[in-house]
Design a protein around this ligand. Structure first.
Ligand code: GDP
Ligand code: MG
Length: 380
């Protein structure tokens, strides 16, 4: 605390120091020129001479400022998660590989394995993604025509997948699209698991595939490399369980986490317009929890979530991170691969969507005008 000293205090009150000293004396306080006046006393004296003395403590002010800063820091930036809110989330897996190597069959086999494992589901709906349950854990699979969806998302810089399963037919080996897919996976820095499929087929040669993997710098674990490799037969169902096990293990290694308490945001997997139900979009929630009644925006489209369904057609009330759900209530069909975000309410969502529509319209108009200009220019 900075002291209030008679010598400085007196002129501040417009008094000679001796006058202040005698005033103090009258109050029963004895202080000389260089002595300190107590705060309460100082306030009283000041009052007597018609001043309102406000005492601001520098030290306290600094402390208070620090406290405020601390508070502001604690007051969550809505876009940054407090580490203590982060909880494990299921991995999102996509399946890539050359045409006819068994991507679709593998996705079907995994889905079937899940049905056998438990929950009696409804009729399977192809909504672009599904989730399987394995004991306590869940694994989310993208069920969209592999490359197209993956590329689109990559183009947008959005990444929804954590683990890519590269399918290679044991009777065919690496093919152009296998290499292309591998390139994508490596560029996207997504974890890789190789599924050597069709091990039941005539001419299947697992070691040959492993040799090809080694040539490409992705040697299998049992060949001294680091790539988890699982031989499977999508048709017979062999190895499917091992594959799921490896995916769960890989998810552990990746320590995937998300904040389920945040406002929901995520990625559009696919969308369409249904004659009865209007525009539908399958989304994967990446952060937060999506609930019925939430308002979300994606580009020039928005939705007040009217209903949500899983891939079995079951009604879903809330979708935590990594959950794929088909959402009903859209103003239009949002683009696959695009990101959606929560809004405060439907009105705000609509406004944001309209602004975006406006922006896009102007952009399109400007682009339509541009070639004309350049053609005029080219005349000169
Ligand atoms: P995609 O083009 O990668 O989706 O491949 P598909 O799943 O459509 O499979 C292509 C062909 O391979 C189909 O005729 C499947 O029946 C067959 N196939 C898929 N998996 C296996 C398998 O594990 N063993 C055998 N023998 N054939 C398979
Ligand atoms: Mg297919």
């Amino acid at each position: 605390k900075p002291p209030i000293i008679v010598r400085d205090f007196a002129p501040a009150l417009g008094l000679k120091p001796f006058k202040l000293i005698s005033e103090l004396m009258a109050m029963g306080v004895f202080a000389s020129m260089n002595q300190t006046v107590e705060e309460t006393v100082a306030v009283k004296v000041a009052e007597k001479f018609g001043f309102l003395l406000e005492i601001k403590h520098r030290g306290d002010a600094a402390a208070q400022q620090a406290k405020l800063a601390e508070k502001a820091k604690k007051k969550k930036d809505p876009n940054v998660d407090d580490p203590k809110d982060l909880v494990p989330r299921p991995p999102v897996v996509c399946i890539l590989g050359h045409v006819d190597h068994g991507k679709t069959s593998l996705l079907d086999a995994i889905r079937k394995a899940n049905v056998v494992a438990g929950e009696f589901g409804g009729i399977t709906q192809h909504i672009g993604a599904y989730q399987v349950t394995r004991g306590e854990r869940k694994i989310t699979f993208l069920d969209t025509p592999g490359h197209a969806a993956f590329n689109k998302m990559r183009e947008r810089g959005a990444s929804v997948t954590d683990i890519a399963v590269l399918v290679i037919a044991a009777d065919d080996g690496f093919m152009p699209q296998t290499d292309e897919a591998l390139q994508h996976v490596q560029n996207a820095k997504v974890a890789l698991i190789v599924a050597i499929n069709k091990i039941d087929a005539k001419g299947a040669n697992i070691d040959q595939i492993k040799g090809q993997m080694q040539q490409r710098g992705i040697a299998s674990e049992d060949w001294g490399g680091e790539t988890i490799t699982v031989p499977v037969s999508a048709i017979k169902g062999d190895g499917i369980d091992d594959l799921l096990e490896m995916l769960a293990l890989q998810a552990d290694v990746l320590e995937l986490k998300a904040n389920p308490k945040a406002p929901a945001s995520g990625i559009i997997i696919e969308s369409q317009i249904d004659t009865g139900r209007g525009p539908l979009a399958t989304v994967i929630v990446q952060r937060g929890t999506l609930r019925i009644g939430d308002a979300i925006v994606c580009g020039q489209h928005w939705a007040k979530v009217r209903a949500m369904f899983d891939d079995q057609g079951n009604n879903v009330k809330e979708a935590p991170p990594s959950t794929p759900v088909r959402v009903i209530g859209w103003s239009g069909a949002p683009d696959s691969g695009a990101e959606f975000k929560s809004s405060k309410n439907a009105r705000e969502a609509e406004n944001i969507a309209e602004e975006e529509e406006d922006r896009l319209r102007k952009l399109a108009a400007a682009q339509a005008a541009a070639p004309k200009e350049s053609s005029i220019e080219s005349l000169f």
